[in-house]
Structures are given as structure tokens and as C-alpha cells.
Design a protein. Structure first.
Length: 171
């Protein structure tokens, strides 16, 4: 029913999406989250500005949308998320590094390979999306010098189909 109400609003839907996104009603927030991609950039900017006031699930959705639309412009915010104490925000930051990061994010992501389960998997996926040459070099170096993270490093090298890793792996 809420979905139908939103669709009936036509051009006014943007205001409703913004209102519902921070509403106390979980169903309204869920419907609004499904329509975030339709928000114009200026409305996304408003949500990014009020990020601290949004519910946690909403923060994650807005951050990921911002990263996909804004790219490198979001890098400072993404780095701050990676250092957050909240595991969900940290995970969102690691995922976003794969979207907007550059070679400077590689050491942070290699470090995250030892963080455990979800963070390790997100760091692996993010590394696959970064510049291949730099990622390969960093991973091969870590393969030799960081035995604690060899298994997740090998998983990334496999995803990259990295032939440069054959000799170091045999070694």
C-alpha cells in the first residue's frame, strides 16, 4: 500500500522519500530506501548532510549511494567510516573503498584482510576492484611478509586470476 501511495505522488515523490527515510515507521523507511536511487543529486546532498541523524540502516544506504554517484569526492568520508567503531559503518566503509578508492586504499584493505569474516570478505572484494597492477604488487609483498593473511590474499589473487602470483606461491 505504501508503495502505491508513493507512486501516486509523481513529481512530489522526492519529498515523500526524504520524509519517509527518517520516519519512525520501519515499513516507510524500507519503501523509501528502495527509491533512494531516484533522488536527484541535490536531495542526496541533503541526506549526506544529515547523515548523523539517520537510522543506521539508512546511513549505510545513503553512504553507498553517495559513493556510487560521487566517486572519489566521497573518499574522505569513506576513510572515516573505515576507522569507525561501529562494525556496520566500518563494513560499509570497506565496501565503498572498492567503489571509490584508489591505490592509496590498498594498504588499509590489506590490513582489513585479517579483521575477520565480513570485513575480510569485503576487503577482498574491494581489492579486486582497485587498480590491478598496484593491488598485485601489494598482495605479492604481503604474501611474502604477512603469513597471517596468506589465505585471504590467495583468495584475492585467485579472483584476479593473477599469473604473477604463480612463482611466489610455489616458493
Amino acid at each position: 500500500a505504501l508503495e502505491g501511495l508513493l507512486r501516486l505522488q509523481g513529481d512530489q515523490a522526492t519529498a515523500t522519500i526524504l520524509a519517509w527515510f527518517s520516519d519512525a515507521d520501519v515499513d516507510r523507511r524500507r519503501i523509501a530506501s528502495g527509491h533512494l536511487h531516484a533522488l536527484p543529486d541535490d536531495q542526496l546532498d541533503k541526506l549526506l548532510a544529515q547523515l548523523a541523524d539517520l537510522p543506521d540502516a539508512g546511513k549505510l544506504a545513503v553512504i553507498e549511494l553517495g559513493a556510487s554517484r560521487r566517486g572519489k569526492e566521497m573518499l574522505p568520508m569513506v576513510h572515516s567510516l573505515v576507522e569507525a567503531d561501529d562494525p556496520k559503518l566500518k563494513l560499509a566503509g570497506v565496501r565503498c573503498l572498492g567503489m571509490v578508492g584508489d591505490a592509496s586504499a590498498i594498504p588499509v584493505l590489506v590490513e582489513m584482510l585479517s579483521a575477520g569474516e565480513d570485513l575480510t570478505e569485503a576487503a577482498q572484494d574491494a581489492l579486486v576492484n582497485l587498480p590491478r597492477k598496484e593491488v598485485t604488487s601489494a598482495l605479492l609483498d604481503a604474501l611474502r611478509n604477512r603469513p597471517a593473511v596468506r589465505i585471504p590474499i590467495i583468495a584475492v589473487l585467485v579472483k584476479l586470476t593473477c599469473y604473477d602470483a604463480i612463482d611466489p606461491l610455489i616458493e
